[in-house]
Ligand binder design. Sequence first.
Ligand code: HEC
Ligand code: HEC
Length: 415
Amino acid sequence: MLNEIRRILNAAAPWVLAGFVAAGEVEEEREQALLAAVGREVLEDASLSNPPGMSCTSCHVPEAAFADPRAVSPGAVAGRVGRRNAPSLMYAALIPNMDQEDLLDEAGNQEWVWQGGMFQDGSARTLHEQVRRPFFDGAEMNLRDEAELAERVRKAGYAGRLRGGLTDSEWADDGRVAQRVYRALVEFLKEPMFRPFDARIDDFLAGDESALSEQERRGLEVFRNQGKCADCHFLHETSWPQALLSDFGYDNLGVPSRGEKDPGLGGHTLAEGEMGQFRAPGLRNVALTAPYFHNGSVATLREVVDFYNRRDVEPERWGATDYPETVNRVDLGDLKLSDQEAADLTALMEAFTDRSVLRMRERGERYPEVVPGTPGSWKMRSYFPDWNHAAPPLPPHPPYRGRLLQQEPITTLTH
Ligand code: HEC
Ligand code: HEC
């Protein structure tokens, strides 16, 4: 049968083929828009927790650029709390999938390092794997399983739209319904409102010198040079045509402990050298997302700068850290910045705030408006990490010994 189809396709005139492909694409584009619209309702749906009352936006608070202003978030069940600070959902769909890069170390030896991945420890390889977890995490939305999730969404106001073209038997399949929910969330997080790129730093990087104040320009100088910030928080474009302000690599900065040790990346790769490492976050909208670092242990941006600048000069100010043996002692800790330079660097980070997010806050709205000219998700599809709806299996390079190779199923748009 397949061979027959191939034979027919091979024999077909090119214009017939073009029409064939385009029809499939039109359907996929329509499906993407439909799911993105439903995704917004899923994100806000407080009936998808047990007990009901908690939605994604209970922790990813719009006002805080969809991060949590609390150091750690309480879950749906009274008394349960998570151990990490909830990061911003802005630009989250642009974070590359978990992967390994090979680098040469100073002696010319090949080394493998982790990059990308979701959650601050990279324990979900893709956004699609990520969005399913909050539903079933006992310290978050606390649902029992996919059957419970499916049962609840079938009763939701958006059920008909979520169902789309699924047949009766497909709609009765809990796993299938749950996959639609994840796909809808992913498609919504890819929407242009979550990637406006309209901060003053964007204007400056595009050539408008007047977009930054004099103090911010001095701060940028520190960010690029003496502060070494741009070594990890990239100002240049990488996987996306605009700056995400991260290289998405992993490091242990030695941030203050908040009780129980958190092994981060090493917790699932099981490599000793990776204990206590976390993924470098993008710094877009960072002025709105306090408190800082994976455990919310540092309250203000000025203190973050002091920490980078003086961690090793005044260790008593910061106290113990979870994994002292893997702390990066080369790139930070004693930057020798003056008070003025530290103030300039702090001021610069205000210029990373998207104006559409500021306007949303001023008007008391829940989502930023789409900045005119932002390309749609379909147009940008090949830039998104999920463009082929599947992350390749991870290569088993050392020091990888963990459990990540087990892949979770990933849905495509039309399934
Ligand atoms: C109880 C609070 C809470 C709820 C509810 C919650 N999250 Fe989160 N979310 C967090 C925390 C905390 C993290 C960081 C966890 C980590 O890094 O290990 C996080 C991380 C994420 C990330 C990864 C961001 C990154 O930079 O790696 C995404 C995406 C996300 N959440 C989406 C969602 C979606 C979608 C929902 C609803 C289905 C949701 N969250 C519900 C607290 C919450
Ligand atoms: C060696 C790589 C590296 C360098 C250099 C670096 N950072 Fe970071 N940055 C990280 C990592 C990794 C994290 C996350 C650490 C954690 O949560 O434990 C981080 C987190 C942050 C955060 C917290 C963001 C949030 O949402 O919680 C800020 C702010 C920040 N860095 C600013 C800077 C500034 C300013 C500089 C320059 C003085 C700098 N970084 C230099 C890797 C780096």
